[in-house]
Ligand binder design. Structure first.
Ligand SMILES: [Zn+2]
Ligand SMILES: [Zn+2]
Length: 231
């Protein structure tokens, strides 16, 4: 069975098993995972965190200059929504990718729009992850997202200059140091607007390194599109 067909078969909400039409969450699960935590403000447009109080930009964005100009996240990487990411990354359920892409497209439509000639570029997986999973979750999400948004399919323009230690085992500082200069863009971008696609944004350092490489190659702007943002 082709992957495309496989992605259309999902007739159960991946989180609760309720019957649904197509690759989507049931209305109840969707409302649960998209709801802001009590007292939380809107997401910071730059990094997609939810700053405390009425601040427009969060402390991280006050203290740091990012290479990407804004970030859009569908939901926070907390239970039960994190299970959606784990289904794709750990249980290799590829039919979770269109569910995530649909949520990301909804988050995008709720905010500002992307230029119609946007280039979607997934973050490349490390060699170790590719060997372990046989696929790149970010690329799977980007492919579904392109279909969802009606834009051309993702372009695999980034290469890793080196293999990095497993990010999940590192602290914030070490992640930032480890990600600096991590990527290379293999084509000149001649002023194109680019959206970098990843599954989870944790410190932002990986997406930032990707954005820096794309700007260096001539991108006019880089937007980060992620399924989940770790608060
Ligand atoms: Zn459900
Ligand atoms: Zn921010």
């Amino acid at each position: 069975m082709g992957r495309r067909l496989l992605s259309r078969v999902g007739c159960e909400c991946p989180l609760c098993g309720a019957r649904v039409a197509g690759a989507r969450l049931c209305a109840g699960c969707q409302a649960d995972i998209l709801a802001a935590p009590p007292g939380a403000g809107p997401r910071c447009p730059r990094c997609a965190l939810r700053p405390a109080g009425a601040a427009l930009h969060c402390a991280a964005c006050m203290a740091q200059s990012w290479a990407f100009c804004r970030s859009v996240a569908a939901f926070d990487y907390v239970p039960p929504a994190d299970a959606l990411i784990l289904m794709l990354k750990t249980r290799l359920r590829l039919n979770t990718a269109p569910v995530l892409a649909r949520l990301m497209a909804q988050a995008l439509r709720a905010g500002a729009s992307l230029p119609s000639d946007i280039l979607l570029v997934p973050i490349p997986a490390s060699r170790a992850s590719l060997l372990q999973r046989g696929m790149n979750p970010a690329a799977e999400i980007a492919r579904s997202l392109a279909a969802e948004l009606g834009v051309p399919g993702p372009r695999h323009l980034l290469r890793r200059r080196r293999e990095s230690p497993r990010q999940a085992t590192l602290g914030r500082r070490a992640r930032q140091r480890g990600a600096a200069g991590l990527f290379l863009c293999v084509e000149p971008l001649h002023g194109r607007h680019v959206a970098v696609v990843d599954d989870v944004m944790t410190t932002g350092s990986t997406v930032n390194a990707a954005a820096a490489a794309l700007l260096e190659a001539g991108a006019a702007s880089v937007t980060a599109l992620v399924a989940a943002r770790r608060p």
